[in-house]
Design a protein around this ligand. Structure first.
Ligand SMILES: *[C@@H]1O[C@H](CO)[C@@H](O)[C@H](O)[C@H]1NC(C)=O
Ligand SMILES: *[C@@H]1O[C@H](CO)[C@@H](O)[C@H](O)[C@H]1NC(C)=O
Length: 357
């Protein structure tokens, strides 16, 4: 027994002395340190559980988000143990360190520096709070608890709550190469959608009869109600794919994704209707800017903007957002309606945007 104990203490020194290596010989070294003085070694019978009540978290860009993670011991411990908490994330596909905490000490890495903390709302709560959430934070995160020889982890997926919209530029319906499509979305304060985003929007009811670019270079379209004109009635509802397209030769409209609600979109109260130039000026005079299409969609989807007034947007289109369909406000379903790109001398209202920071 004594020899074994010495050996363990020696191993402990080796392990602690050498920084980050794992200790994994089948014992809890802390139990020896905190032992009862009778030379008894506790065999490892305590189990560490790491859990997350929510393994898929969706959030809005620019907001704060909490990725839940809790740990506990079974049976419960009489004394707290020194555990190490590590959060990894793979926003770019490769897993990397987000944060490490031991006791009250903690450290965050890379882009996450200064934006992450542990929630610690209760013993064992090591949920990760990210504030503010940036556009490239989505992906898979892993919460790992390391207690001497044991480590357990749980994975939480973070995605943006957002809205996908098909975008037509003033140049017509099918006229964009992949790169033009990408640019067109960015100009509307949005990004080319991923398949997951299109799929999520399809689940929420997006139905669109024309295939459009996604960020992976494929052309796909979401169908909720199969119909003859949209690929036939034999296929089940779903997101249909034409597969990868030629990025420089094929011309399609893009599916754009927007999640940002970092400001306010509003229909400008103005005594008279305005042509496009006057509309843009009127927003500036009001301390804002003429709104982009992505901003209008975000306001419609996340703030519930409902306005039965057609208004100019920055790309020269005229649209209005409807939550509660009603007589004289267009189609029978909620959505952002478009009048296309009328000649710019025509008079309409205008939607403006004001950033909140
Ligand atoms: C985080 O977001 C919640 C709403 O989801 C809000 O109530 C809270 O004040 C925010 N906290 C910080 C630090 O911004
Ligand atoms: C809008 O009206 C102003 C006069 O108020 C005029 O100067 C401007 O050229 C008009 N813009 C367009 C696009 O017709």
């Amino acid at each position: 027994m004594r020899i074994l104990r010495h050996l363990l203490v020696l191993l402990m020194h080796l392990v602690l002395g050498s920084g980050d290596q794992r200790f994994s010989n089948g014992y809890y070294y802390q139990d020896i340190i905190n032992g009862n003085g009778n030379g008894e070694i506790y065999f490892h019978k305590i189990r560490l559980h790491v859990e997350s009540p929510e393994t898929l978290v969706s959030a809005v860009q620019g907001s704060n988000v909490t990725l839940p993670c809790h740990y506990r011991y079974e049976p419960a411990l009489s004394e707290p143990r020194l555990t190490r908490v590590k959060w990894f994330g793979n926003p770019y596909g490769r897993e990397r360190d987000v944060m490490v905490a031991i006791g009250t000490r903690h450290r965050s890495y890379g882009d996450f520096k200064g934006r992450v903390r542990l929630r610690r709302s209760a013993p064992g709560d090591v949920s990760l709070v990210i504030n503010p959430l940036q556009s490239d934070d989505t992906g898979r995160y892993r919460c790992e608890i390391i207690d001497g020889l044991e480590d357990e982890s749980v994975t939480v997926h973070l995605k943006f709550r957002g809205v996908v919209f098909p975008y037509h530029s003033s140049r017509g319906r099918y006229l964009m190469t992949f790169h033009e499509a990408k640019e067109a979305c960015e100009k509307q304060d949005a990004q080319l959608a991923t398949f997951e985003q299109l799929y999520a929007s399809w689940e929420e009811g997006l139905d669109w009869c024309n295939a459009g670019w996604l960020i992976d270079g494929t052309a796909q379209y979401p169908i909720v109600v199969p119909r003859e004109a949209c690929g036939g009635t034999d296929l089940a509802p779903g997101v249909r794919s034409y597969g990868a397209r030629n990025k420089s030769l094929d011309r399609l409209m893009p599916f754009c994704f927007t999640s940002s609600i970092k400001g306010e979109v509003y229909f400008l109260q103005h005594p008279i209707k305005l042509n496009f130039t006057e509309a843009a000026e009127a927003c500036q005079n009001d301390g804002g800017r003429i709104a982009k299409v992505g901003q209008l969609y975000a306001a419609w989807r996340f703030v519930g903007l409902d306005q039965c007034d057609a208004g100019w947007l920055a790309d020269g289109s005229v649209r209005y957002p409807i939550i509660q369909p009603r007589m004289n406000c267009g189609a029978s379903e909620p959505g952002v309606r478009s009048f296309g790109f009328p000649p710019k001398h025509l008079k309409h209202g205008v939607y403006c945007y004001k950033a909140h920071w």
